[in-house]
Design a binder for this molecule. Structure first.
Ligand SMILES: N[C@@H](CCC(=O)N[C@@H](CS)C(=O)NCC(=O)O)C(=O)O
Length: 250
């Protein structure tokens, strides 16, 4: 039975799962759960994931939610996945786990909120919020500084000094690349100072070409579409019809 992915490509947690499957040749069916229509709250989806968030997978009779758990599961459940994604070596795997845990405990508290308030909200029909974005921006900058100075090392192109990407690179790159929803000036202001992070994002994209860019392109397409809608409306209104408090192009 084909693996089913319950996803919306607007979500970074979903993109990482889709990219992983594509890069590793895992056959899957993509079932769209449209966040802008709140489909994650439907009774049908509650049967798949009672937490009512995406992503979730169904593999035969097995259901699983939480993107990192899904990535770990896929590396073990499907044959032929290269070791660098989730190393069998105890010490290397422990380092990948440490990276994944840092990501999950650091980003939702601050940096992830910045993405939501400054970039993502209007794409799912919610208002952007400049005050909240400003409040959380310093957390984002602090997290980027940690990636630059701690997790990326002088040796190796990927996190933890590796020469090949792990699931931690894939997941964190999808998270940071939500910033592509910002207009160019804002993107440069936030990410410009982090040269090592920028190079790592490029290396990650290239290592997973063409799938990373193809899946990630949902963010830039949504940005262009919303910008066109605003230009056509010729007004200062957001997708949701409210007055914006922050100008993002997504
Ligand atoms: N820790 C979860 C986070 C999942 C999550 O926050 N999903 C968001 C989309 S990125 C969602 O479903 N939001 C809708 C909601 O919470 O109602 C994971 O990594 O899978």
């Amino acid at each position: 039975m084909t693996l089913k992915l319950y996803v919306d490509r607007m979500s970074q947690a979903c993109r990482e799962v889709i990219i992983f499957c594509k890069v590793n040749g895992i056959d899957f069916e993509e079932v769209r759960i449209d966040l802008s229509k709140r489909q994650q709250l439907s009774p049908e989806y509650r049967e798949i994931n009672p937490i009512q968030q995406i992503p979730a997978i169904v593999d035969g009779s097995f259901k699983l939610s939480e993107s990192h758990a899904i990535l770990r599961y896929l590396t073990c459940a499907y044959p032929g996945i290269a070791d660098h994604w989730y190393p069998a070596d105890l010490y290397k795997r422990a380092k990948v786990e440490s990276m994944l845990d840092w990501h999950r405990t650091t980003f939702p508290r601050g940096p992830g909120s910045y993405f939501f308030y400054a970039v993502f909200a209007s794409a799912v029909g919610r208002p952007l919020n400049a005050k909240a974005a400003a409040r959380t921006e310093k957390n984002l900058i602090a997290a980027l500084a940690k990636i630059e100075s701690v997790w990326l090392q002088k040796k190796g192109r990927f996190l933890l000094g590796s020469n090949q990407p792990s699931i931690a690179d894939l997941s964190l790159a999808c998270e940071v690349m939500q910033l592509e929803g910002l207009d160019e000036k804002e993107h440069e202001r936030i990410l410009g100072p982090f040269k090592r992070v920028l190079k790592w994002l490029d290396d990650t994209k290239n290592a997973m070409a063409p799938h990373f860019e193809e899946v990630q392109s949902t963010v830039s397409k949504a940005k262009e579409k919303l910008q066109k809608q605003r230009n056509a409306a010729g007004s200062n209104t957001t997708q949701s019809g409210r007055k914006p408090v922050l100008h993002s192009k997504i």
